[in-house]
Ligand binder design. Structure first.
Ligand SMILES: O=P(O)(O)OC[C@H]1O[C@H](O)[C@H](O)[C@@H](O)[C@@H]1O
Length: 449
């Protein structure tokens, strides 16, 4: 099996000589602190050796529950937000057919997502769509109290029970939540749902290799053993004993910190050339954004889909403020093969491409863009993925997780908390007159007068 590769040469050229190497001691210290559990947030390190500690028996148990849902449901609604949503969606979309919901795939259930917004139209339209479907629900929330998810789940549970009857609904609703606390746990215990526990020491954004990601991914028909294998191989390849030059997570953490502190590159744009990777970037944005954006520090993680966004954001990237760098996920081999046909009339002038694979054009777009953006002053990091399958996606996931753990420690923040996300919730509850928020309600309404 191949390994994901990292090429930082087109980023390092923007830095002073030896700048990446200069980060070696800091990166080593960060890795040791993670390994020894001496870093800030050390009660959230359960993800660190998760891939190598998942047993085949556990994966069999997840698969068995997935098989039951697959048998009994034509649609499975995955309810969750943030870390309880993005990993599953990222992997399912990266591995799936781009038109999954249109192709009438009889072998696999349709997976849809809810609980990640409060859009009334979204929820109404979802419930309309589900009306004549045999559907099940995976209710995912680590805290078990997240409003968006709880709201969607209340609607979905009611609809599922109305359509299938309470006792059958019980068999197609699964909860993934805390072992003891939260409303999702209370409902699961009362109704007798099958449950999986999100370990206390695995934070939401690091939880994709727990049942949070594994169950929906298995339900979609993908190989969770290969996924975990890929992650476990990357765990080995990025272990603290791997020399700095060979450790791609250490290199990634070093180069992005060097670009940030030495060159003032405050925005990292994750770029893909395969539309099905869009949600990998969404997952990555939460991982790095919530981990590093605190104490008024941190690189802002952004994302673009190329070549799509070259026709919109391309101008800004080429010539706007020079505060950005790019991290490109480059897929070596597409899964499918499509050749450009020749055309006798050649009205579009594209006969020079006849007989070439579509990917050959995509790769030249990628190379041309890389050179243009580097010429325009945008440092470029390339993450090369051999192909999009479960094994390499597993590698990619762990690479970004460990890279994030190291990078956040090098930056000097606690990468495993997210105190800032509470501010909007407090205001929202106060504005909605949630019981227990009486004083806040009064204060916020004063401000709005
Ligand atoms: O899994 P839950 O407890 O429902 O949390 C879902 C998400 O929402 C929170 O507000 C946090 O910002 C995220 O880190 C978390 O992943």
């Amino acid at each position: 099996m191949k390994r994901i590769q990292l090429d930082i040469t087109k980023a390092a050229q923007f830095l002073s000589e030896g700048a990446v190497k200069a980060y070696e001691p800091k990166v080593k210290a960060a890795q040791e602190a993670l390994e020894n559990g001496t870093c800030p947030g050390n009660d959230f390190l359960g993800w660190l050796h998760l891939p190598s500690s998942i047993t085949p028996q556990f994966l069999d148990e997840v698969q068995a529950v997935a098989n039951t849902l697959r048998e009994k449901c034509e649609v499975i609604v995955v309810a969750g937000i943030g870390g309880s949503y993005l990993g599953a969606r990222a992997i399912i979309e990266a591995l799936g057919n781009s038109f999954a919901w249109l192709v009438g795939d009889k072998a696999n259930p349709t997976i849809v997502f809810a609980g990640n917004n409060i859009g009334e139209d979204y929820l109404f339209e979802l419930s309309e769509y589900l009306k004549d479907k045999r559907f099940g629900v995976i209710n995912i929330s680590k805290s078990g109290t997240t409003t968006e998810t709880a709201l969607a789940f209340r609607l979905l549970k009611k609809q599922c029970e109305e359509q299938r009857g309470k006792s059958e609904a019980k068999d197609v609703i699964v909860a993934i939540t805390d072992a003891n606390r939260g409303a999702a746990r209370a409902a699961a215990d009362k109704e007798g749902y099958k449950t999986f526990v999100i370990p206390d020491n695995v934070g939401g954004r690091f939880s994709v290799l727990t049942p949070v990601g594994l169950l929906p991914i298995a339900c979609a028909g993908f190989d969770i053993k290969a996924l975990v294998n890929g992650a476990a191989d990357m765990e080995k390849a990025t272990a603290p004993n791997v020399p700095f030059e060979e450790n791609i997570a250490a290199q990634y953490a070093a180069v992005r910190n060097a670009l940030y502190t030495e060159q003032g590159k405050k925005i990292e744009i994750m770029v893909n050339y395969q539309p099905k990777l869009h949600f990998i970037a969404e997952w990555w944005k939460q991982l790095y954004g919530e981990s590093e954006g605190k104490e008024h520090k941190g690189i802002f993680p952004a994302a673009c889909d190329f070549t799509t966004d070259l026709h919109s954001m391309g101008q800004w990237i080429q010539e706007g403020e020079r505060s950005i760098f790019e991290t490109v996920i480059s897929v070596e081999q597409p899964a499918k093969k499509l050749l450009f046909p020749s055309d006798d009339e050649n009205l579009d002038g594209l006969n020079f491409l006849a007989g070439k694979r579509v990917d050959e054009v995509n790769k030249m777009a990628e190379l041309g863009t890389l050179l243009a953006h580097v010429d325009g002053g945008v440092p470029n990091i390339r993450v090369v993925v051999p192909e999009l399958n479960e094994y390499y996606i597993g590698q990619l996931i762990y690479f970004f997780e460990i890279g994030c753990g190291i990078s956040g420690n090098v930056l000097g923040v606690n990468p495993f908390n997210q105190p800032g996300v509470e501010a909007y919730k407090k205001n929202m509850f106060a504005l909605l007159d949630k019981p227990g928020y009486e004083a806040e309600s009064k204060a916020i309404k004063e401000r709005l007068k």
